[in-house]
Design a protein around this ligand. Sequence first.
Ligand SMILES: *[C@@H]1O[C@H](CO)[C@@H](O)[C@H](O)[C@H]1NC(C)=O
Ligand SMILES: *[C@@H]1O[C@H](CO)[C@@H](O)[C@H](O)[C@H]1NC(C)=O
Ligand SMILES: *[C@@H]1O[C@H](CO)[C@@H](O)[C@H](O)[C@H]1NC(C)=O
Ligand SMILES: *[C@@H]1O[C@H](CO)[C@@H](O)[C@H](O)[C@H]1NC(C)=O
Ligand SMILES: *[C@H]1O[C@@H](CO)[C@H](O)[C@@H](O)[C@@H]1NC(C)=O
Length: 575
Amino acid sequence: MILPKFLSFSILIFSLNLLLIHNGVEALHKIYPHLQSVQALSVGVAHRTGYHFQPPKNWINERTGPMYYNGYYHLLYQYNPKGSVWGNIVWAHSVSKDLINWKALEPAIYPSKPFDKFGCWSGSATVVPGKGPIILYTGIIDENQTQVQCYAVPEDPNDPLLRKWVKPEKFNPIVVADEGVNGSAFRDPTTAWWSQDGHWRMLVGSRRKSRGMAYLYRSRDFMTWVRAKHPIHSKSETGMWECPDFYPVSVKGNNGLDTSEMGDHVRHVLKNSLDLTRFEYYTIGTYFEDKDRYIPDNTSVDGWGGLRYDYGNFYASKSFFDPSKNRRVLWGWANESDSKDDDVRKGWAGIQAIPRTAWLDSNARQLVQWPVEELNTLRGTEVSINNQKLEKGDYVEVKDITAAQADVEVTFSFSSLDKAEAFDPKWVNAQDLCAQKGSKLQGGVGPFGLLTLASQNLEEFTPVFFRIFKGENKHVVLLCSDARSSSIKSDLYKPSFAGFVDVDLDNNKKLSLRTLIDHSVVESFGEGGKTNILSRVYPELAVTNQAHLFMFNNGTEPITVENLKAWSMKSADIN
Ligand SMILES: *[C@@H]1O[C@H](CO)[C@@H](O)[C@H](O)[C@H]1NC(C)=O
Ligand SMILES: *[C@@H]1O[C@H](CO)[C@@H](O)[C@H](O)[C@H]1NC(C)=O
Ligand SMILES: *[C@@H]1O[C@H](CO)[C@@H](O)[C@H](O)[C@H]1NC(C)=O
Ligand SMILES: *[C@@H]1O[C@H](CO)[C@@H](O)[C@H](O)[C@H]1NC(C)=O
Ligand SMILES: *[C@H]1O[C@@H](CO)[C@H](O)[C@@H](O)[C@@H]1NC(C)=O
């Protein structure tokens, strides 16, 4: 869910700023009541995506109850039918056979009952064996944004498209905040899982003062839920946990697991979206079912500096198990980096990232993600480059593809790490380091990578690149997606998104990168999906057939592009 707490201050009629001060860190969010129902006169096309999901117009935020059922994938998402800023939220609904091409249906859930009259916010779907899907979601019951958990079921479970959803009077709302739970910070129920002891369990995100937490609820019949004595997990100073996600991953191989799977072959993942920072983090750990506790491994940082699915613009993600392909699919929402005036003018805001298959890395310390294989069906013309040497300062263009709508896979190699710059242990924040070094400051080994959405004379470009440093015990690899030169337009959010890559270069002096380029999206997967970054950028010159793609090296150590394959991407058939 997004921006909920601010609505309680509806005394302010026009745009509203809320400054949250949290241990010196400030988060500033705005809502725009006067723009919530303003329809665009026309839809701005320059930066619309060709294959990342977006509806024809208006505001979207996260997908809510993703699922696979009877041959269809269901994309349910938070949508404002009336305008291109947040407001009037309903659960819009699209269906797909392949997670890439989508057909729009009528909204599945919208305010209609006393228990959701003031809003239908996020939630999840659970496919109950023998019964069909049940949606759990957060209903808003009053103007103070008091939150309760509700359920909805398909009117006709035999309709393969699950077009109509009903909210039975009986049992609804199924969970209200009891004493000790903050009803203004109580939302986003997870997919439920079935336990050996005969109970369904699910989580609801919350906070107590500045401690973020996920409450655990148990039920025998999916209708009467009882809260466990303590949250399944909590962490001080993390603030409200939105959209918690909790699921098992297999210790071996890439296959996904049903959310109810338990055993020695299983580790668990807990992901939270932090309302305070608008970033997410996750840990790998152990779930003690009998104690209703989850304990993160000591290799996972539990808190602000923790692992992220994506070090860029990627929030309120959710995963689901896809039994048709035995995989866990994980999906994030990417908001805009332009201004709200731009959004009102262009008539739309928000996209969904490409769905990703996720599994546990063989080192068991992190997840690995990769775009779902169905994306490859959009690959058109292919160009390939082998053994291209790049000396310091070289730029080589990748020609003959549609550089504004492309998929690029590349492997770089180098013969020595001797020239790597020294790593200062004070550099704990990858994004700060990327901002400090960028692609323009020449280095030892790197920066090298791709220049995406580049104008012919490089007035504009979004570089995605590696820089390698010599740490005390091992080499430190930084992956950057730097939006600072992405557009000649000012008044844009142009962060230097970055993450470290957990890879051992001593035995293998290679790094790989895959980047999905889609007009205003640069979505990158470093080293096979270990470190991923989605950037939103708005070039003015490097648009449509004026966009170019380059490989570059700005480090002293020569780099070899062992192999690069780039594809012009066809547009997906969306809504
Ligand atoms: C909302 O909060 C205000 C201030 O605390 C209170 O006066 C009012 O009764 C509340 N409204 C409802 C419907 O609970
Ligand atoms: C309850 O949640 C609301 C909304 O996040 C917050 O303003 C309030 O401070 C919270 N109360 C406590 C005791 O944490
Ligand atoms: C982390 O946990 C493992 C076992 O789970 C243990 O062997 C190791 O010593 C721990 N490391 C630290 C630094 O506590
Ligand atoms: C490479 O370095 C030069 C010199 O610092 C700089 O002018 C150029 O912009 C850099 N290239 C990129 C892609 O940042
Ligand atoms: C997306 O927009 C940028 C620029 O306005 C904000 O800085 C981010 O906080 C915001 N992200 C989310 C998840 O809302």
